[in-house]
Design a protein around this ligand. Sequence first.
Ligand SMILES: Nc1nc2c(c(=O)[nH]1)N[C@H]1C(S)=C(S)[C@@H](COP(=O)(O)O)O[C@H]1N2
Ligand SMILES: [Mo]
Length: 330
Amino acid sequence: MLIRKRRDWDLPDKAATPESIFLNRRSIVKGLGLGVALAGVAPVAGVLSGARADDDGAEADPTAGLYPVPRNDGIALDRPISPEDVATTYNNFYEFGSHKEISSLAQKLPLRPWTVTFDGLVEKEQVVDFDDLIRKMPLEERLYRHRCVERWAIAVPYSGFPLRALLDFARPLGSAKYVVMQTFEDTGFAPGQRQFWYPWPYVEGLTMAEAANELAFIATGYYGKPIPKQNGAPLRLAVPWKYGFKHIKSIVRFTFSEERPVSFWEEIASNEYGFWANVNPEVPHRRWSQAEEHFFGPDGKEWRPTQPYNGYGEYVAGLYKGRENEALFM
Ligand SMILES: Nc1nc2c(c(=O)[nH]1)N[C@H]1C(S)=C(S)[C@@H](COP(=O)(O)O)O[C@H]1N2
Ligand SMILES: [Mo]
């Protein structure tokens, strides 16, 4: 894996794990039958096949008129907002490359039509057009911190809706314990997905209690406009008490499951990227300390202390009572 422009604050790339290990892990996981959750979220044929890549990214967005949306001031931000040009050009989106400068490549992501599937343990399976779905949701803006496991951090205005509103729409059965989310899969426009040693598609999951927490948010907008492709258009997850890799982008499927899914990074390196991934300054990554973070502020980069649960403990610490023996902070 290459880091094209290695800056002084960049850390060794996650993908330093040898390719052979990726492959072995995947086959071991499958062999044990633990790949069930992944197999259960294979893409629906035709979801994206009719879509057309638009290189200039200028297709009319039928949701543009929904923004700006009212701000929810109930959730405080302890710092200024990061510059929009940083938040939209310094990204992680491995479908478009394993480096930070994917914003122009990501413009090839076709956004219409975009359907979202709700399946697994639900009252009734549904395939919904994104433009209809968003109009059923209570839209608001929230200012959230975002902390990547690699140590860089931003503070951004997301527009969107609480994940809880989407749960109400999806009507999961009482037997559902997890919500599993999946990104699109198409090697035609996503060159990173030709790197076959990664366990595509990108999958992430939350417990139902985490998903119902008031902080769990689906972002459809960024800086008062529809969210850019490189940031996960047309809908991505925002769970600000967890490391950035949980924030799955460009979601096409929500599957409700009794089984805990094995997420993309967990499958690659389960000793470095766990299921819970709650931010904690005191639990180092295997290859670096998490005590500090590198915040992209209005005056440039600045080091700040990392906060437990990224500063959101009052909302979420209670979710983890009784799980003290699990690896909650990796
Ligand atoms: N599908 C998908 N979602 C993803 C990723 C990815 O590579 N693919 N990277 C994650 C990581 S590691 C981070 S830090 C955030 C970055 O979000 P941003 O580029 O909007 O800041 O997206 C997350 N969501
Ligand atoms: Mo990240």
